[in-house]
Design a protein around this ligand. Structure first.
Ligand SMILES: [Fe+2]
Length: 260
């Protein structure tokens, strides 16, 4: 029989696993058809990949890891924008974030997990929501790239992001309301690291001020090792509360495989 054997095994095991749910829960034909109509709506909305991410992305990421001892990777999510500007001074905002915006100075190193040495010239591509939980979807406010120095050190200044709600107006939100659960993300900072143009790590750093560290709706996204420790920093005139945090990214360096 032709066909893709991996796909066939995934299909058969998935159906078998779901069949036990149908049996155990005595799911009726009406409920099956209700689910089918829901998945039709979900597909028409374009949100099926997002629901798979919410339920399974972190399981997939954790199961696929080969970077023993490295910083735990995390999902990219839907709000990445390529071509963010290089922030030479490390500041991710080029207009005032508002006098009430809490400011974070985040610093640390990017180190090779095998050698423990800092990686010079690593590029951190950072993006996150603002202190109201809103992403800039048009421009590059609170988005940008910073590079490590000769010792692998980086420093960036940005706004402390807030929690945010997603999918309030699409079938994913509809599902979570029906479940009586929140569809909210705990405040986080996305970081994607490249060395010599090769992606080495994609992760998220979480903000300890968040109320949602225990209830982020992306299953398994939050882990203690990715939660920053914030310290109070000296006040700056005209700016909101100042915080400082330190985080070292440990990466297993990957090299581009030459095309065969
Ligand atoms: Fe996000």
């Amino acid at each position: 029989m032709s066909g893709d054997p991996r796909l066939r095994e995934i299909w058969e095991r998935s159906v078998a696993a779901l069949r036990t749910v149908v049996t155990d829960m005595k799911i009726t034909e009406d409920e099956l058809h209700l689910a089918g109509r829901y998945f039709n709506r979900l597909g028409q909305s374009g949100m099926f990949p997002s629901l798979l991410d919410v339920a399974f992305a972190m399981t997939s990421i954790d199961a696929s890891r080969t970077d023993k001892g490295g910083t735990r990777p995390n999902l990219e999510g839907p709000y990445y924008m390529a071509k963010a500007p290089l922030r030479a001074d490390g500041t991710l905002f080029d207009r005032s974030p508002g006098a009430d915006a809490p400011i974070l100075t985040l610093s640390g190193r990017v180190v090779d997990v095998d050698t423990g040495r800092g990686i010079a010239g690593a590029e951190l591509d950072i993006w996150h929501a603002d202190h109201h939980g809103i992403y800039d979807r048009q421009g590059f406010f609170l988005r940008g790239k910073v590079r490590t120095d000769a010792d692998g050190r980086y420093v960036l200044r940005t706004v402390v992001p807030n929690d945010y709600s997603e999918h309030d107006h699409d079938p994913i939100g509809e599902l979570f309301r029906a479940l009586g659960q929140d569809n909210q993300r705990a405040a986080h900072i996305h970081v994607k690291i490249h060395v010599d143009g090769v992606e080495q790590l994609m992760t998220q750093l979480f903000i300890p001020l968040s109320q949602l560290l225990d209830s982020d709706y992306v299953v398994g996204a939050v882990s203690d090792d990715l939660v920053l420790t914030l310290k109070d920093a000296p006040p700056v005139a005209g700016q909101g509360p100042q915080y400082a945090a330190q985080f070292d990214f440990r990466v297993k360096q990957r090299v581009l495989q030459a095309a065969k």
